[in-house]
Design a protein around this ligand. Structure first.
Ligand code: ZN
Length: 387
């Protein structure tokens, strides 16, 4: 195997795998396994139910509690339909920037984490360094739960988790959570002149959507909690992003379908909001069924991601602040796998190279400067683990 002694060489290799979320990541995982094995580090896979994807975890250092987990995802968003000026699967340098799909989100961090594992393996670590690489982050952050729970059973308990989503190496301590529903309102068709004998799926859907409007107004009017106040907006929002239904102006609609999304602040949970919408849907269903029994509202859950809550005196925050020198207060509006670690008891922050503004874009890039900053961070982390 070639040398891969720099983060850039590793990144070049990682970018060459077109590990779009919808496709297998196994070729990438296989390469990572052999890279780690080349440094004497054993790794384990956690297979997807379908067997075409795998998470990977590894540890170097002593078999004791109190280590650090470096967490990244291996999947990337598609490039189809995007106007790239370079080959997205070939890392290309131009004006101090490294272009390629995933350079910023987040194979740059993955490369740094792999290099850190290799470097750490030659050092007298007092605490272990652990690696967690997931699949399907870009399609809801749900799959990583398997990885987190497997690591909890298989490895000594780590004390800090650093999730390397792009933050320009700032220490991000919080993000909102998300919850989505595919809503199907089932009405009963009659001629619209007979309105009271029918059930318009559209008009019932409007009631549920207006319930969302009311929640937004209510949330906006409330004084933000301490956990919510750093966010903009500093409250939970509900949104309908797509709707379809009905056949003609003179038929009460048989069907209406829409997508509703919740972006909730730390301190609130997906379960809280799931209960709230279920209660409203049940109330409307009861009303509808008074007119016709074969009507109602079906809520089909999409993704559900907990929020990442800023911790009081969190170990991960303390560590990351010491390593970066960043003492600012930062929260972000995108979700990460960090909340899946935090809700399972791990102290967690988000801190990684690159700017989220480049993520998912054509000509996605990571600056050489950010890569170097990230590498220096990892070297300080390894020193800390030896101390
Ligand atoms: Zn990402």
């Amino acid at each position: 195997m070639e040398n891969y002694s720099t983060s850039r060489e590793i990144l070049t290799k990682l970018i060459s795998f077109p590990s779009v979320s919808s496709d297998s990541n196994l070729p990438l995982v296989e390469w990572v396994e052999s890279y780690l094995a080349g440094h004497g580090i054993a790794s384990e896979r956690v297979m997807s139910p379908c067997g075409t994807k795998a998470h990977l975890y590894a540890q170097t250092g002593p078999e004791i509690d109190g280590g650090v987990i470096l967490s990244g995802h291996t999947d990337v968003v598609p490039v189809a339909g995007q106007a790239w000026t370079t080959d997205p699967w070939t890392l290309t340098e131009r004006d101090g920037k490294l272009y390629g799909r995933g350079a910023c989100d987040m194979k740059g961090f993955d490369a740094l984490a792999l290099l850190a594992m290799a470097r750490a393996s030659t050092r007298p670590l007092k605490r272990p360094l652990q690696l967690a690489l997931s699949f399907d982050e870009e399609v809801g952050c749900a799959a990583v739960v398997d990885l987190v729970e497997t690591m909890m059973g298989a490895l000594p308990r780590a004390r800090e988790v650093i999730v390397g989503e792009p933050t320009m190496m700032r220490v991000v301590t919080g993000h909102k959570g998300g919850l989505a529903y595919n809503v199907h309102v089932r009405g009963f068709e009659v001629h619209s002149s007979l309105l009271p004998y029918g059930v318009s799926a559209i008009m019932q859907a409007a009631k549920l959507i207006d319930w969302a409007n009311q929640r937004n107004a209510e949330n906006a009017a409330r004084t933000p909690s301490e956990l919510a106040s750093p966010f903009d907006p500093a409250y939970t929002t509900l949104h309908v992003g797509r709707i379809e239904g009905g056949t003609a102006h003179n038929i009460t609609a048989k069907d209406c379908r829409f997508l509703m999304e919740f972006r909730f602040v730390p301190g609130e949970s997906p379960q809280d909001w799931a209960r709230a919408i279920e209660a409203k849907a049940a109330e409307l269903t009861a009303e509808m069924q008074k007119i016709h029994p074969d009507t109602g509202i079906d809520l089909n859950p999409g993704f559900a991601l907990p929020a990442l809550a800023p911790e009081k005196d969190g170990a991960a925050e303390t560590l990351a602040r010491r390593l970066t020198g960043d003492n600012g207060r930062h929260v972000v509006s995108y979700g990460t796998e960090g909340s899946q670690f935090q809700t399972r008891g791990y102290s967690t922050v988000v801190c990684g190279p690159g700017d989220i503004a480049q993520a998912h874009q054509p000509d996605e890039f990571l600056s050489l400067d950010q890569l170097a900053t990230g590498e220096a961070f990892m070297d300080r982390l390894i020193d800390t683990l030896c101390a």
